[in-house]
Design a protein around this ligand. Structure first.
Ligand SMILES: *Cc1c(COP(=O)(O)O)cnc(C)c1O
Length: 369
């Protein structure tokens, strides 16, 4: 057994730490924005039946083109999309990695706007792509002027726009997305992992796809669909984009079991998404009650809330953990992030937080970096 530093590791990986949200067995886990509602029994039975069927031919490689799954996903997304527009992989993290493999790499760069999803910079280093952390406006918003200012200054090969943004919860206007697209010749990825939690009727970046062949909109079944453990993410884009991704994907990357499970789940979209309204309600409750407790929650269009005004984020994190409640310290000074759980979980969190007795003075949000 030797140490990592003694191995001939690639230079750009030296000193990095892997993605490492704690996986602890606690009563109330509100730290990685999972859907904390289980899937309905009847749907679970259907998924198991589909997987049982798939097992019978598991001696053969799966459909490399996952055609039926792409059709199901296109039907789910609507917006006139067909299977030619759809790509999928084992989680949207893998989709994003494939995008960087195809359009990034050594000598190329990807721009994002910090604080944002921590996996972007790790996927960049894993693919040898230079990560550039742009900044945001007050309250972690991102105006077209600020975003295009960064694009003009650093001329990135790719831009990752997270909407709503993790870990801040703030949605991005279509104006900002369209302005970034017009400002660059590169690939623009809009990560809509939390799209289903937005206000009903709020337009998705999917509406911008026609005529924009460098625009990619990524989604996941991990959050609203309560399917995090199955690992299914996908994107919608011009069919030429999916041709590019075929150049870098591993053959048969989506197992027959994954495909069967996802197709069966998508056949029950209404039941799978039934808890989304509930979760939105708990999210709004978190925003309201955190403010009453003297914290400063940010507006959120996702299933989590980032709140400022925390004097000692580490101490508060530890005190909640001692009561069996896991939240996320995302490293933004004075802030913590909490996922909207069931009504009971949300109550346990709010009661515990109130019991800690920090009714601090509201602090202005500080920008990270
Ligand atoms: C959770 C999350 C994802 C989803 O990742 P999967 O690999 O699909 O589970 C993607 N993007 C963001 C911003 C997320 O927060």
């Amino acid at each position: 057994m030797t140490s990592l530093n003694d191995l001939p590791l690639r230079d750009n990986l030296r000193g990095l730490t892997p993605y490492g949200a704690p996986q602890l067995h606690v009563a109330v886990a509100l730290n990685v924005n999972e859907n904390t509602h289980g899937i309905p029994d009847a749907v679970a039975r259907d998924i198991v039946a589909a997987m049982t069927e798939a097992i019978r031919t598991i001696n053969r490689y799966p459909d490399r083109e996952f055609t039926e799954l792409r059709e199901s996903l296109a039907r789910y997304l609507g917006h006139g999309l067909t299977r030619e527009n759809i790509w999928a992989a084992n989680g949207s993290n893998e989709v994003l990695q494939q995008v960087l493999q195809a359009f990034g790499g050594p000598g190329r760069s990807v721009l994002g706007f910090a604080p944002t999803y921590s996996m972007y910079s790790l996927l960049a280093s894993g693919t040898g792509t230079r990560w550039i952390a742009g900044t945001r406006d007050a309250d972690f918003e991102l105006t077209p002027a600020t975003a295009t200012g960064w694009v003009d200054t650093v001329s990135p090969d790719l831009v990752f726009l997270c909407s709503p943004n993790n870990p801040t919860g703030t949605p991005l206007s279509l104006d900002t997305i369209a302005a970034v697209y017009d400002a660059t010749d590169g690939v623009v990825v809009v990560d809509e992992a939390y799209a289903e939690f937005g206000p009903s009727g709020a337009p998705s970046a999917l509406t911008l796809l026609p005529g924009r062949e460098r625009l990619l909109v990524s989604r996941t079944m991990s959050k609203a669909f309560a399917f995090a453990g199955a690992r299914v993410g996908y994107l919608a884009a011009d069919p030429a984009v999916t041709d590019a991704l075929r150049l870098v994907r591993l053959p048969y990357h989506l197992s027959a079991l994954t495909q069967a499970a996802a197709i069966a789940a998508l056949a029950h979209t209404a039941e799978m998404l039934a808890m989304v309204d509930d979760i939105r309600g708990q999210r709004d409750r978190l925003v309201a009650e955190l403010a009453v407790l003297g914290y400063s929650p940010l507006r959120s269009a996702s299933n989590f809330v980032l709140f400022g005004g925390v004097d000692d984020p580490r101490g508060t994190f530890e005190a909640l953990l001692a009561e069996g409640i896991l939240v996320r310290d995302v490293g933004i000074p004075g802030h913590l992030r909490v996922t909207a759980g069931t009504e009971a979980e949300t109550s346990v969190f709010l009661t515990a937080l109130a019991g800690l007795g920090q009714h601090s003075v509201v602090q202005p949000n500080k920008l990270l970096e």
